[in-house]
Ligand binder design. Sequence first.
Ligand code: PLP
Length: 433
Amino acid sequence: DYGLNEADPEVHAIINKEKSRQCKSLELIASENFTSRAVMEAVGSCLTNKYSEGLPGKRYYGGNEHIDELETLCQQRALAAFHLDGSKWGVNVQPLSGSPANFEVYTALLNPHDRIMGLDLPHGGHLSHGFMTPKRRVSGTSIYFESMPYRLDESTGLIDYDMLEKTATLFRPKLIIAGASAYPRDFDYPRMRKIVNEVGAFLMMDMAHISGLVAASVVANPFDYCDIVTTTTHKSLRGPRGGMIFFKRDSVLGVDLESAINNAVFPGLQGGPHNHTIGGLAVCLKHAQSPAFKSYQKQVISNCKALANRLTELGYKLVSGGSDNHLVLVDLRPLGIDGARVEKILDMASITLNKNSVPGDKSALVPGGIRIGSPAMTTRGFSEKEFVATADFIHDGVQLTLETKKSVSSSKLQDFMKFVMSPGFPLVDEVAN
Ligand code: PLP
């Protein structure tokens, strides 16, 4: 049995190149993070070898006594990390990732072609919340269910809850989805609860982006108002790539959520759980209950505010005028450039962020904004000071983009790259294996 470098030097070399890229760049993608060595150890363990279809104590295969212990521990830690009473809430830790978790909820609660409402993708929502274009039903959610998006008020950059209420009253959805991939503000859960009560719908929160912030109680708590809460585990929560579904134990609108959701996960849409991921998740959820995790999440928010304030000082227009969470959305259209070009230039200088549509954009391929997140670099030890410096680097990149509208290769770009990559740039912690 050889180590990877002997068994497969090609894959080993690719992993090393990726590790080096991760170490050297400023990682500002709002949905990414650096997980811990301990999580990676669990994910790379023998847990990957085991089949365990079913739930703890009710498996379709033998030899699952240790897997049962692990999954039960992971469930208990998930409830504890989100401060939930196990007699009121349950959790399924088997979803393979965020999109399958969401589809599992839809399959559990809805019949094909039932109506749903989620935040429109060009306004910050996620594909799996029902995105469709005038020409095409893009995601499985919009193919199998009838989707009517709600949107932002373009003048404020905030969710237009009045319009959501009016549309929901007419459209009568069976499910309303809170949560977003690119929304810099918190959600008004009491208002959304009022709307679902009026129309007789379920309320689900997809807290994928902010689950770490929720666990640390530094943003509003969706569990006080929602029937179901889904999440990915690899974003602000800083775990392995995976998903979870939390459900109320009481029946809601005549549906026993626990059995509906557990059956939708398996055998509805999945087979054997990824036990190595569940192992990594259990480790992450232990850490999520620590004082260090709470301080980290507070720092994620202050770093993001420092970034937002500096960008505002530099004259940038931010969607909604700032941020209450881990991301900012910069509207570049007043400068006459698009997010795609800025993403490319910054990428060449090892600053990794993503182009993003901003409200009112005409094209999703050449969107007018960029999304910048603070979780990953906060994990690597950045404080407000480094995020102010990061805002200045981004500004330099934007200036360069304005100068090199036609061509991105210039000596100025080379200088810029050297500057960002210069030794002494304050990367504090090493990236784990
Ligand atoms: N939900 C939200 C709000 C997301 O932002 C994402 C991914 O970015 C997902 C779900 C999907 O997660 P995954 O990529 O793990 O399927």
